[in-house]
Write a protein that binds this ligand. Structure first.
Ligand code: FMN
Length: 360
């Protein structure tokens, strides 16, 4: 029978979907957009990652990405860093914001994080990761989770050891992104390995990597011993995806999203950004373009002219006008929105795994 929900510690996750944290994307307005489009049917939401590194003590006021709302619960705050003491102290401070759980990041590939020994850098130093988990666990009363990659590179795949460490130090859930650090976002996630980890685990394991359609999510839930799926870039290509998966899990018939609906979400998203006061109009324009660039890839046939117009818009109003014009054009020319056909979420024409291209 298809899994529809799961529990870790005292937290019920229903449906079994997670919006994967994405720094610079999954702030409160973006999370709200996904939540509203899904009719609030998202299992778990997590903050963008929060740095615990630095020389001065961790203080909340330096971390504006921490704002979350009661309707987002269950909600986790994700932290990264390399110092067990600083991670534990930050977790303790963050617990005062009353998130439902704290997540430790052992997956970030970017050189300024992983290169300094934090994020995926911890996969090269598992004793340090173990110490971090032990110290964070001791410092908080709420559940602790871990998000990791499968290893540093193809010659050092150590996700089974990471699982054992996580379990030994009392992590309540593990999310596995099925790529190595060296892969960055290239190639495809290794779902068979994610499945092996989930099958060997005593704690719930969430699978992550390349979930871009309802069918992909359902196939992973059916085929592997994972308890849920975590979706990152797929939510940018299709912010309706969580609602579509929820519909499928509830046995509802699929509903086609029209090009008109796609064109209408820019105003909605902009409204959320202005409500939350997270961006200036100029900053919001950047976020609108970020979303538009991904959404445009879902139009069929090709919408390169619209893409060009939207991405060169000088103001939110100009972008809305261009979207309105394209909406009419799409309706009269039979342009459809089919993001489920996108397999490689980098937008590259790749079908084999390639190592060491992005992060030497
Ligand atoms: C722009 C961007 C920012 C990201 N920021 C974070 C982050 O803050 N914390 C984290 O654990 N992963 C982060 N990730 C990784 C995603 O959460 C996810 O693990 C990865 O994109 C693979 O999932 P996907 O194929 O569904 O996108 C980020 C990914 C992207 C593309």
């Amino acid at each position: 029978m298809l899994k529809t929900e799961f529990q870790f510690a005292n937290i019920r996750v229903s449906p079994c979907t997670v919006l994967s944290p994405m720094a610079g994307v999954t702030d409160a307005p973006f999370r709200r957009l996904c939540r509203v489009l899904a009719g609030n049917r998202m299992g778990l939401l997590v903050s963008e990652f929060v740095s615990t590194d630095g020389t001065s003590p961790f203080v909340l006021k330096n971390h504006k990405q921490l704002k979350f709302y009661p309707e987002e619960r269950p909600f986790g705050i994700q932290i990264f860093g390399r110092s067990p003491e600083r991670m534990a102290y930050a977790a303790q401070v963050l617990e005062t914001l009353k998130p439902d759980y704290i997540e430790v990041n052992a997956g970030c590939p970017v050189p300024k994080v992983a290169g300094k020994g934090g994020g995926a850098g911890l996969l090269k130093d598992l004793p340090r990761l173990q110490k971090i988990l032990a110290e964070v666990k001791k410092s908080i009363a709420i559940p602790m989770t871990l998000k990791c990659r499968i290893g540093w590179d193809e010659n050092s795949i150590n996700v089974m050891e990471t699982l054992k460490i996580a379990e030994g130090e009392g992590a309540d859930m593990l999310t596995v992104h099925g790529r190595t650090r060296v892969q960055g976002y290239n190639g495809f996630a290794n779902w068979d390995l994610i499945g092996q980890v989930a099958a060997a685990a005593k704690i719930p394991v969430v699978g992550n990597g390349d979930v871009s359609s309802v069918q992909f999510a359902l196939d992973c839930l059916e085929k592997y011993a994972i308890c849920g799926v975590s979706i990152g870039r797929g939510a940018m290509h299709n912010p309706w995806l969580f609602g579509e998966i929820a519909d499928a899990l509830e046995g509802k018939l699929p509903r086609k999203i029209s090009a008109k609906e796609v064109c209408e979400i820019f105003k909605i998203y902009y409204g959320f950004m202005m409500d939350e006061n997270t961006s200036t109009p100029f900053g919001a324009l950047g976020r609108l373009k970020q979303l538009a660039a991904r959404l445009c890839k879902g139009f069929e046939p090709d919408s390169s002219e619209f893409r060009q117009r939207v991405l060169t818009s000088q103001s939110p109003e100009e972008l809305f006008e261009n979207a309105g014009r394209f909406s009419e054009f799409a309706q009269s020319n039979g342009i459809t929105f089919t993001p489920e056909r996108l397999v490689n979420l980098n937008g590259r024409k790749e079908d084999t795994v390639s190592f060491e291209r992005q992060f030497k």
